[in-house]
Ligand binder design. Structure first.
Ligand code: ASP
Length: 422
């Protein structure tokens, strides 16, 4: 049985068992014990095993990718193409979301009573997020922080600063191309060794994927507030419709036009990546799988995967940006805050920027979403209204985030004259 079939079975088993327990045993002490001592720790261990290798993997693959590209002019060209692609496709995703939210107007469907109830039941969580947001320096300082004074301090914390890590990796990679070959070679071999070790660790972790995915899905679905999902259904439908149109409409066009690759074949070959993203809700945790699938199934050369995919896992979040745009406008509709066309353009820009700054971890974008709300004058405590539905939406938007990264890698690879595996 192939790996993705096993993961898919794990996903279905976890979801079915979770939904059944949710319906029949919600809040029963035995279920709480199973969640606390079995599914939560198993899911967490699986996630940790995947995320554990992300820092060395990003550093090694990005600096090696840059060193392998070698020529600075070529690097500049690939870099420019990659970043422009990220920005344009992310802006397209938010625009799509905004068109839908303006047409559907999900905010008009939320009854006043549900709004008050949601605001009070998620009040605690919302104010914790608000507090965390106050510590984020978003603005010019965000750009200053990309150049870290102490790279180790930037990564040695629970939420590592991935943009700073990316910057250091790029600089190291560039420097490797500028020193004598006999000096660079030992370091390159060391980085290759680190890369290989991360691949082995991830392969081991992925052996646990069917079990880990079952645990993750069980934990999430057994806790879902299904009543809440129904109350927010118009909002959820708007986000999911946007994500689906982007996944099944925009990506196939980009694949056909820019990567000259069959979308159907692409989706078949990247199934494992999508399943991993869906069940972990984390671009970072999916990154190792993304890299290996892009290399092994699509034949994208390692200099391209090593450069585009680590950048993409942090900077290219199409699904997240679409979700942010829809959520800001939905909450504006709920609170009756009119957002003019000009302000909506600001929402597009801010959603693109904050999606770049969001961490590729579950709910990584929520703190930055709060910043966008505040910026356009929507009450930030309104975030409480959508928190209960966030996990479901996070699973779905993360699928787009990583699929967007591979789509970009396929395009860059083709545009640099490499053939893809058919
Ligand atoms: N979970 C998303 C990711 O890892 C980030 C987010 O939208 O919260 O890509």
């Amino acid at each position: 049985m192939s790996r993705h079939t096993k993961i898919f079975i794990g996903l279905v088993v976890g979801a079915v068992a979770g939904v059944a327990c949710n319906i029949f045993f919600k809040n029963a002490p035995a279920l709480v014990l199973v969640q606390k001592y079995l599914s939560d720790p198993l899911g967490k261990i699986f996630l940790n095993l995947l995320i554990m290798m992300v820092i060395p993997l990003v550093f090694a693959s990005l600096s090696l990718g840059v060193a392998q590209i070698g020529d600075l002019k070529k690097l500049g060209r690939i870099g420019l193409k990659t970043i422009s692609y990220f920005m344009l496709v992310t802006a397209l995703a938010v625009t799509l979301g905004l068109v839908l939210v303006n047409l559907i107007r999900p905010g008009d469907y939320l009854p006043e009573a549900t709004k008050t109830e949601l605001l009070s039941s998620f009040k605690g969580q919302a104010s914790e997020i608000k507090e965390a947001t106050e510590k984020i320096e978003f603005g010019i300082q965000t750009f200053v922080n990309i150049v870290p004074r102490n790279p180790f301090a930037s990564i040695a914390r629970p939420n590592p600063d991935m943009l700073a890590l990316i910057f250091v990796s790029l600089i190291v990679g560039i420097s490797l191309t500028l020193i004598k070959k006999e000096r660079a070679d030992p370091l390159i071999r060391l980085l290759e060794g680190i890369n290989d070790v991360t691949v082995v660790v991830i392969n081991l972790a992925m052996k646990l994927a069917p079990l880990g995915v079952t645990a993750l899905l069980f934990s999430v679905t057994s806790r879902f507030g299904f009543d809440l999902l129904i109350a927010l259904s118009m909002y959820i439908v708007t986000v999911l419709l946007g994500l689906t149109l982007h996944l099944l409409g925009v990506y196939p066009i980009l694949l056909k036009v820019f990567a000259r690759y069959s979308p159907l074949k692409f989706f078949r070959k990247t199934e494992t990546v999508m399943l991993t993203a869906f069940s972990t809700s984390s671009s970072n945790a999916t990154l190792p799988t993304t890299i290996s699938v892009a290399k092994n199934n699509l034949g994208i050369p390692s200099q391209i995967t090593g450069f585009v995919l680590p950048l993409g896992a942090t900077m290219n979040m199409n699904g997240t940006a679409l979700f942010e745009g829809v959520t800001v406008l939905f909450l504006a509709q709920v609170f009756g805050v009119p957002l003019s066309f000009g302000v909506q353009i600001i929402v597009v820009l801010m959603s693109v920027l904050t999606a770049i700054g969001s961490a590729g971890v579950p709910s990584g974008s929520i703190p930055l979403l709060v910043i966008v709300l505040a910026m356009v004058g929507v009450p930030v405590e309104g975030i409480a209204i959508i928190l209960g539905a966030d996990r479901l939406l996070d699973m779905c938007r993360t699928v787009l985030n990583v699929t967007g990264d591979i789509t970009c890698a396929a395009y860059i690879s083709r545009s640099e004259g490499f053939e893809l595996t058919q």
